[in-house]
Design a protein around this ligand. Structure first.
Ligand SMILES: [Mn+2]
Length: 271
């Protein structure tokens, strides 16, 4: 059975971004629980800003899990990513991600590599960038395995990364990894831009999918754009997807309404 989750961002620098609840873990958890969500996904500025013990107590009290933790703070705040030309920045990116993996693991939550994958540009060729991405996913994937969680890699749309945008190329790339601990985040907003057919893209990912960002075509909450969820839900059912569908969407028209809209669409299509 697919489980529901909703995002909470604690990152001041990310304001305006696609996160439903903002700046208050306790308030977000209480609202998520009241609406019937199974879990929260937490986007923090760094690992130290994830209050592991408090969040454990808070989610237990609310009957929630932590679905995943984001690593994008390393990009949004420090402008580090895994494909920068200088080794020091790449190391900073890896260390930042590793620390988030460790914090998330204490909550049973895998970390997501989205914007931290970066892009190729300038002196860095695509081949070189994919080589660095492969090395980082192998290293961090094995590290995540040691602490008992998968590592989630999120292909982005062409306006956010030029590395891997579609399911077919991503699955081919996964086949070149040494680690078996990297799973895919299927973000319906990115897929809507890049895939000829979203349901077919989900089928191409198949059992590689470890997380879904459940959102509409315009990055508003599910049900507030023109996404057709019927074939999407059918594809997820066919591949036996049973992890989280997480609301990573703009807080449109506001946080409470976005959370309510998403859980309504979840119950209609995915529950
Ligand atoms: Mn996403």
């Amino acid at each position: 059975m697919i489980k529901s989750a909703v995002t909470i961002s604690l990152v001041k620098e990310a304001e305006g971004g696609p996160f439903v609840f903002w700046h208050d873990l306790a308030a977000g958890c209480v609202k998520a629980a009241k609406l019937g969500y199974d879990a929260v996904e937490v986007f923090a500025p760094n690992a130290d800003a994830i209050p592991v013990a408090d969040l454990k107590a808070l989610t237990a009290e609310c009957g929630l899990k932590v679905a995943a933790v984001g690593t994008g703070g390393g990009w949004v705040i420090h402008k580090w990513h895994l494909c920068q030309p200088d080794a020091a920045s790449r190391d900073n990116a890896k260390n930042f991600i590793r620390s988030i993996i460790n914090a998330g693991a204490q909550l049973g939550a895998p970390a997501i590599i989205g914007s931290m994958q970066g892009r190729f540009e300038g002196e860095v060729s695509k081949e070189q960038a994919l080589c660095w991405l492969r090395e980082a996913l192998d290293e961090l994937g094995e590290h995540a395995k040691l602490v008992g969680v998968p590592l989630i890699y999120e292909p982005l749309n062409r306006y956010e990364s030029n590395l891997l945008n579609r399911a077919d190329e991503t699955v081919a790339f996964l086949g070149t990894l040494d680690t078996d601990n990297v799973v895919i985040l299927a973000d319906l907003f990115h897929m809507n831009i890049e895939e000829a057919n979203i349901a077919e893209g989900l089928s191409t990912y198949g059992s590689h999918i470890g997380h879904v960002h459940f959102v509409d075509s315009n990055r508003r909450p599910a049900g507030c754009g023109h996404m057709d969820y019927t074939p999407i839900a059918a594809a997820l059912k066919t591949i036996g997807y049973d992890k989280y569908a997480s609301a990573e969407a703009f807080p449109w028209p506001n946080s409470d309404a976005a959370a309510k809209a998403t859980i309504g669409a979840f119950n209609q299509h995915l529950a």
